[in-house]
Design a protein around this ligand. Structure first.
Ligand SMILES: [Zn+2]
Length: 313
């Protein structure tokens, strides 16, 4: 019997050097002080809408993510599917699957009224990725003990995904969790494992030497920290709020525990090749309300959303 279930693995006040017009009698001054500090200006935080409206910005592409601003507490849907409620500041996270069609309709409802906006979703092309030489029990498990273990671990993962932390980790934007790595696998590739077609690869793989630190891409709460999962090896989940959870696979070391709060840039552990891996790398994954998203696209998407919505008047 073929068992596919196992294959789901997967202000600083802006240092604006304002150029004041030079006073007529003042010669140009040569400033020989500290070099200018490159700082990202903190956008002016626009207040939450007080009437029902919706505006979204981000990466409108397959596997992409966007932020929406609407009336605090409004119920949000994407293509008619429930997507939770906007938080107390009117923010809602939304995402688009690998198979998403050419447009998305995002709606917000409150007090019997509904507003909606449609967004074009850019299609992507995905490669076919073949991996051979994986141990058969990690591709087509038949051993009852292995199957039982996979089932136990599925329960642990479910609990990790069911978390909904009331935080705004996504609001500060995401950073890449590994510095100096090499991208060794893109998100969304169709995989063929040991010659057998498998689920798409829902990870963004970054290869780096074992022991390289892995950093939290944004603030969050740890909802799973397991050193030895059958498929994923050392595995950590971070809940960033609004149903957005990131995952870190194949870790050689875990420095956090369930319930810990992490800040952006905090080391959560180290790169390894534990679980179903052919060499040391981080398989970085992202889920939003059961939908697999591309974390590499989220970095740009959240930055765009932040620039557009946070400073909007
Ligand atoms: Zn991967």
């Amino acid at each position: 019997m073929k068992l596919w279930a196992g294959l789901i693995a997967v202000l600083l006040a802006a240092c604006v050097a304002a150029e004041a017009p030079a006073a007529p009698d003042t010669p140009p001054q040569i400033v020989a002080e500290a070099p200018p500090v490159e700082a990202t200006p903190e956008p002016v935080r626009a207040p939450a809408p007080t009437t029902l409206s919706i505006a979204c910005a981000g990466a409108f592409t397959q596997g992409g993510i966007a932020l929406c601003r609407t009336l605090p507490g409004a119920a949000v849907t994407v293509d008619g599917a429930e997507a939770g409620a906007a938080d107390g500041d009117g923010w809602a996270v939304i995402g688009f699957t690998r198979e998403h069609g050419a447009s998305a309709r995002v709606a917000a409802s409150a007090q019997g009224a509904t507003v909606a906006q449609s967004y074009e979703i850019a299609p992507r092309e995905f490669d076919i990725h073949r991996v051979d030489g994986l141990p058969p029990q990690t591709v087509t498990p038949t051993d009852p003990a292995v199957l039982a273990r996979i089932q136990r671990e599925a329960v642990l993962k479910r609990a990790g995904w069911d978390s909904f932390a009331p935080i705004q980790g996504w609001l500060e934007g995401f950073i890449i969790p590994v510095e100096g790595g090499r991208v060794s696998g893109r998100w969304g590739n169709q995989r063929v494992l040991n010659g057998v077609p498998a689920s798409p690869h829902f990870g963004y793989d970054i290869a780096a030497p074992a022991g390289t630190p892995i950093r939290a891409p944004a603030e969050g709460v740890i909802t799973l920290a397991q050193p030895d999962m059958h498929y994923e090896g050392g595995l950590v989940f971070i809940d960033h709020g609004q149903g957005l959870i990131t995952m870190y696979l194949h870790m050689s070391r875990i420095d956090v525990g369930v319930g810990d709060t992490v800040d952006q840039g905090q080391v959560i552990g180290a790169i390894g090749s534990s679980g179903r891996a052919t060499g040391p790398h981080l398989c970085w994954r992202m889920k939003w309300r059961e939908r697999q998203l591309d974390p590499s696209v989220a970095i740009e998407g959240l930055a765009l959303a932040r620039a557009e919505l946070l400073s909007a008047r």
